[in-house]
Ligand binder design. Structure first.
Ligand SMILES: *Cc1c(COP(=O)(O)O)cnc(C)c1O
Length: 814
């Protein structure tokens, strides 16, 4: 094999390469080049170095006949790539110097890279962290998803309300991606299934789709730590087989001439902005099938090209389904194996189950994907037949088992007969997979007791837990380089190779000199965030105050409402007793609400209305400020996370599957105030109960209260501070001239308090006063902050991926 000569990594060599790209790829002279020209030239120069390793990685996996991992996800929330790739190749200093020598500030250039937001929140960000960790652990892996023309909407705040604007990340091209013309597949929809005879004279069903379109691939390299391996993120674009109907065009019907094209392209046009709720639209089902089918065809093509034996598929291929969005893979793989490769049903089923693993991300009954049978049948008639076939076997198994009651059969069936007949994608993924995993210990436990209780009885031993993680490269090294340097110094090793070595720095937690350096770095990060807030919003916040942060999607179960209502109570208390030793706080919020989620959008408005009142009240001075920073995304998180003192992880217990925001904050030294929910439970175990503020009802208690019903009237008698706040909302204190504005919010609490805002209010307020007490003991705070950082190494996604590799995929890791 011809190997490219190793490239020099000195700034002079890199500078020459950037100049060459600027001239011959961007077509600009340095004298007239704009910042975005420098951005493109820089990415292209770095990209060449990535390509060298990318080709080497691909060849190595091929030659070693390695099993490959395929991660199917409708979302990848990757954010910017320049710093990530540069940092993982250890080239940050050299590139910075190379550009500085050209009078170009790398920070300003970097900030122009669009933030790739092909995801809504935690689920998509997890997929991005996993891609990075798989490359870092030298696992040959492909991510498969959709190349949305428009990622998650841009959020603007106008008069306190969220306004959604289209996101346009591809507007100026995308230097990271490589269109792959050779990887294009036909995807069918609709039509009929016809009986036929195969080459061996056996009966066969053939799907004759009514519509066909083409999926074509676009590849983005995913660089692992130290450039050990570069994997591929392959995203699919839809197009019509014939871009234009010339007959229609020639007869002057231009709309008809382009209608096929438009219809095809709509499939990959936009990301559905719903988070933790299913979209329920036909277009969404088409998106799901489109990318799943293209990915499976690609996987099988690659497998057959190398091994030419379909029966070896599960030995060489591990397919992981990120939630149920790609669950139709179970039926699609069966279809390909049976209809196209002529395997008999049993054989095909064995291979399918051995190849597929499924990760569950939510237990909320309203969030479990299901499709009306008639819609499914209309869009995917052959798959509907296959699902009936799988279901027949499933029901037969159940009838043979000890649990053959009608209720049991109804509960395990792939068809929900109660709601107008629907196909349940969760059950389909469960029966078609050899592994079903939850994403935190609590979530996995609850999954076994709720959604999959009966399937777990029928097919025991398939459920396992894989607690989520975050990549320390992006969320420590790149977001907080100063802290990383301090920690590397303290442990005498590179924390990025193995984040669990951080525990070695625990002995420095009580060391005064170390505390001082740790605190100075936190202060530096807070200055940076204060500057961002000032520049973007024209608001001055005091970086000496506690930065109390809740940033994540806006959702009732995440309880931003609990936070802002307690903030109002605190405001009332400060006004009533200005002489008390209050801990000055800046309450920082950010996050997007699904465009159709009225209650979540009203919560955003409330935060902004409260900010108006509090921030303009001269009696409050710097004791309290409220900020809602618009347009939360990965890049903004990278600034906010290292600057937080207090991390709000206050979901109603039992409702947050894991959370990963909680991990990012604690790793960067924020103390957590949180419920016993998701991965908070395991964070408590790792950082110790003295170093985290846990409050509120447990998942079991929430369950019990919901069963018996909350007596809100009695409850509010016990929480007078909250009653006053609700009265203020109801009388227009925060919405002058519009006293009805917050009626739906007050109602959500007084009408049964589903999310336990009133039930948890006292416990939350008490925990906040304990936070105040600790904040006044600066050294104790810093000590606990250090103990959070050093005990969070276990939450590295490297650990998570090692567990997937060992237990689910059976692929080796170093
Ligand atoms: C980490 C992250 C999330 C997930 O946050 P949670 O607090 O776990 O919900 C969402 N969005 C972005 C941009 C993130 O970086």
């Amino acid at each position: 094999m011809i190997k490219p000569a190793p490239r020099g990594t000195d700034p002079e060599t890199i500078r020459a390469e950037i100049l060459e790209k600027l001239a011959y790829s961007v077509g600009k002279d340095p004298a007239v080049a704009k910042r975005h020209d420098w951005l493109n030239a820089t990415i292209l120069a770095l990209r060449d170095r990535i390509i060298d390793r990318w080709m080497e990685s691909t060849k190595r996996a091929y030659q070693a006949k390695s099993k490959r991992v395929y991660y199917l996800s409708l979302e990848f929330l990757v954010g910017r790539l320049l710093r990530d790739a540069m940092s993982n190749l250890q080239l940050t200093a050299a590139f910075t110097e190379a550009l500085a020598g050209l009078n170009v500030d790398i920070d300003l250039v970097e900030a122009l890279e669009p933030d790739a937001a092909l995801g809504n929140g935690g689920l998509g960000r997890l997929a991005a962290c996993f891609m990075e960790s798989m490359a870092s652990l030298d696992i040959p892996a492909y991510g498969y998803g959709i190349r949305y023309n428009h990622g998650l909407f841009r959020q603007k705040i106008t008069d306190g309300w969220q306004v959604e604007l289209p996101e346009n990340w591809l507007e100026h091209g995308n230097p990271w991606e490589f269109p792959r013309r050779e990887a294009a597949y036909e995807i069918g929809f609709g039509g009929q299934v016809v009986p036929g005879i195969d080459q061996n004279n056996r009966h066969q069903r053939r799907w004759k789709p009514a519509e066909k379109l083409i999926a074509s691939a676009c590849d983005t390299p995913m660089v692992g730590w130290r450039g050990r391996r570069v994997n591929t993120l392959r995203l699919w674009t839809a197009r019509a087989p014939d871009p234009i109907r010339l007959d229609a065009f020639n007869s002057g019907d231009y709309a008809a001439a382009l209608s096929e094209s438009n219809k095809a392209e709509i499939i990959t046009r936009v990301l559905y902005p719903a988070d933790s709720t299913p979209a329920g639209q036909e277009l969404r089902l088409r998106q799901e099938y489109f990318f799943t089918s293209a990915s499976l065809q690609d996987i099988i093509r690659r497998h057959m090209q190398q091994y030419d034996d379909i029966r070896l598929l599960a030995d060489k291929v591990a397919i992981q389904l990120n939630d149920t969005h790609p669950a139709v893979a179970v039926a699609e793989l069966m279809r390909i194996l049976v209809d196209h490769h002529g395997l008999d049903w049993e054989q095909a089923w064995e291979i399918t189950r051995a190849a597929i693993g499924y990760t569950n991300h939510t237990l909320l009954p309203e969030a479990l994907e299901s499709w009306p049978v008639h819609l499914f049948e209309h869009v995917l008639p052959r798959h509907m037949q296959i699902i009936y076939g799988i279901n027949a076997k499933l029901i037969a198994d159940a009838q043979k088992s000890n649990f053959s009651s009608d209720d049991f059969l109804a509960s395990v069936s792939l068809i929900d007969e109660h709601n107008g007949r629907r196909v349940r994608m969760g059950q389909l993924a469960f029966v078609g997979a050899h592994s079903i995993n939850g994403v935190s210990a609590l979530h996995t436990e609850l999954m076994q007791q709720s959604v999959f209780r009966d399937l777990n009885k029928l097919y025991p031993g398939r459920i396992n837990n894989k607690t989520n993680g975050i990549t320390p490269r992006r969320w420590l090294l790149e977001a907080n380089p100063q802290l990383t340097a301090l920690l590397n110094d303290a442990v005498g090793a590179n924390v990025m190779d193995d984040a669990t070595v951080l525990t070695k720095a625990a002995r420095f937690a009580s060391d005064a000199a170390f505390q001082q350096r740790f605190a100075a770095i936190k202060r530096h990060n807070k200055d940076e965030l204060a500057n961002l807030i000032s520049a973007r919003m024209g608001l001055k916040v005091d970086p000496a105050a506690m930065f109390d942060v809740q940033v994540k999607r806006i959702h009732e179960y995440k309880r931003q409402l609990l936070n802002i209502l307690e903030t109002i109570a605190l405001y009332n208390a400060i006004r009533a007793h200005p002489e008390r030793p209050w801990a000055p706080r800046v309450k920082i919020f950010a996050g997007k609400a699904a465009a159709s989620y009225a209650q979540a959008k009203l919560i955003i408005k409330l935060v902004n209305d409260v900010a108006q009142v509090v921030n303009n009240d001269p009696d409050i001075r710097d004791l309290l400020k409220v900020v809602f920073i618009p347009n939360y995304n990965v890049s903004l998180a990278e600034v906010i996370v290292p600057a937080a003192d207090l991390s709000e992880q206050i979901s109603t217990a039992g409702m947050e599957a894991s959370g990963t925001g909680n991990m990012k904050f604690a790793l960067n030294g924020a103390l957590t105030i949180g419920t016993l929910d998701g991965a908070n439970v395991e964070m408590l175990e790792h950082v110790g109960s003295d170093n985290i503020f846990i409050f509120g009802l447990t998942a079991a208690e929430v369950d019990e209260r919901r069963r018996i019903g909350v007596d809100v009237v009695a409850l509010l008698d016990a929480v007078p501070e909250l009653r006053i706040v609700l009265d203020q909302l109801g009388s227009g204190v925060f919405s002058p001239g519009d006293a009805n504005r917050y009626r739906p919010i007050v109602d959500s609490i007084t009408h049964g308090d589903w999310f336990m805002v009133a039930s948890d209010f006292n416990a939350y307020a008490a925990a906040q006063r304990a936070v105040d007490g600790l904040w006044r003991r600066t050294q104790d705070w810093t000590e606990k902050s250090i103990l959070n950082t050093v005990n969070m190494g276990w939450f590295s996604s490297d650990r998570t991926i090692r567990e997937y590799a060992r237990d689910i995929w059976t692929v080796p890791t170093p």
